[in-house]
Design a binder for this molecule. Sequence first.
Ligand code: KIV
Ligand code: ZN
Length: 514
Amino acid sequence: MKDHLIIFDTTLRDGEQSPGASMTKEEKVRIAKQLEKLRVDVIEAGFPAASQGDFESVQAVASVVKESIVCGLARAVENDIVRAGEAIKPANAGRIHTFIATSPIHMEKKLRMSPDQVVERAVWAVKRARDFTDDVEFSPEDAGRSELDFLCRVIEAAIDAGATTINIPDTVGYNVPNQFGSLFKALIERIPNSDKAIFSAHCHNDLGLAAANSLAAVRNGARQVECTLNGLGERAGNAALEEVVMAIKTRQDIFEVDTRINTQEILATSRLVSNITGFAVQPNKAIVGANAFAHESGIHQDGVLKHRETYEIMRAEDVGWSTNKMVMGKHSGRNAFKTRLEDLGVSFETEQELNDAFMRFKELADRKHEIYDEDLQSLVTDNNNQRVENDSYRLISLKVSMETGELSKAEVVLWVQGEELSAESTGAGVVDAVFKAIEFLVKSGTCLELYSVSNVTNGTDSLGETTVRLEKGGRIVNGMGSDTDIVLASAKAYVNALNKIVGERVKDHPQASV
Ligand code: KIV
Ligand code: ZN
C-alpha cells in the first residue's frame, strides 16, 4: 500500500506572481474548476491581503470548489491572517498558509528581526490561523538557506502551536537534489514532534532543479509537493506539476507514494493556464510541450511503430494528448458545441454567453473547416471576444496593406473610453504599423517587452495565438489574442494588454517585508 502524496497547486498564487501573469477573479475560478477536475488535493487560490480583488478571487474559488481544499496565503501578521481566514470561509475545506523567513540573510536584512522574535511570531501566527481553521500550514521562508538547528527549533514550535503541514521552501532555487533530500531526512529525524505534521516541498527552478529537488524530498519523507502548471512562477518558476506527477506515476518502482491526479486532464489544464496567463509553453517542455511525444528521427519513428516502449516511457493519451482529434465543423449544432465545451471544462453562466460563443464558433467554422478542441479553448478564452464592462479600449476594425519594398500601412478604428477614433500609420511590417496606430490613439506610454505568435493547431488556416507583454513604471502585463488572421490576433492581444495595464491595481507582494 503506497502513501498518498498530496498535490498542492499554487498556480493561482505563486504562479500568479510571475510578472504579467495576474488573473481576474473569473479567470481564477475557471482555472480552479479545472484544477478540481484534475483532482489536485489543495488549491492555493491567492494572497487575500494583497488587494480587494485578490480577496474576492480567493473567496470566489472557495465558494465554487467542492472537492479540493482551498488555501489562502498570509504573512505572519494579523491583517493577513484575518483576511485569509475570511476569504476561505465559504470553502468545504479551507486552509491558511502562513509564513515567515528563517534564513540569516532574510531575518537580518529583510525582517530586521532576531531569531527569537521570528520563533515567537511563527508560533503566534500559527495559533492565530487556528482561530479560523484546523488546517494550518506553516512555511519557514528561504528554508533552503536556513541553518538546520534553527529550522528544527522553529518547526518544532510551529507544530506545537498547531501547524498540520510544514512546508520547506527553497525560495531562491539554490538547493540541489541530494542536499534537499538530506534536509528532509534530517528535519523529520531530528524534530521530536515531526510525526504530527505532513512535510511538504516547495521548490523554485532557478537552477532548473525544482522538480528534481521536489522528488528528492519525496524520497526522503515529504508527503506534499507544491507545484504549478507549466512550472509557472516567480523568476524561473516553481516545480512543474506535470513533471512531478508523471515522474511519480512512471517510476512507481522507486517511489513509495502515489497521487490521485487524473493525469488525462493535464494537457487541458496546461493549455488553459497558458491561454489565460499568456505564458506560452515551449515546444520541448516535458509532458505538455508540442514535441513532448513527437518522434522526429526516422530511427525513433521506426522503433515506436514496431514497439512503442522502445522510445516512449509514457503514453501520450495518459496526459490528455489523444483528445487532440477533430471534433466539430460548420454543420455542428449548438448542443454539440455546448456539450464539447462542457467536456473541456467550460460552462456558460447565461444563455446569452452561450449564444455569443456559438456565433463566434460559426464565424470561425466559415473560415476554418476542421475545428479542434484547442480551437474551441482558444475561442472561449480570447478576452477580446467578450465585452468586458470596464474595458477602456475595444478594437472595432482594421485595414492593412503591404507591398514588397514599401513600408506597410495600417488603418485602425478603436473604441477609446466611449469614443470611436481612427488612425493611420506606417511600419516596418503590418503588425508594427498596427501597433503604432493603436499607440497613437491610446498614448499609453508603455514599452513592448515581448511579442510572440504561435499556431494553435496545424495548417495555415489555424488560429494564431499572440502574446503581447507591456511594461509601464515597473508593472508588466500580458495580453492575448487569437484569430485565424495573425495581424488581427496581434491587434487584439495589444488591446487586451492595454486594457489590463489601465485596469489593474497595484497589489502587495507577499514576500515583501511587512
Ligand atoms: O517561495 C516561497 O518561499 C514561497 C513562500 C510564500 C512559501 O512562495
Ligand atoms: Zn514560492
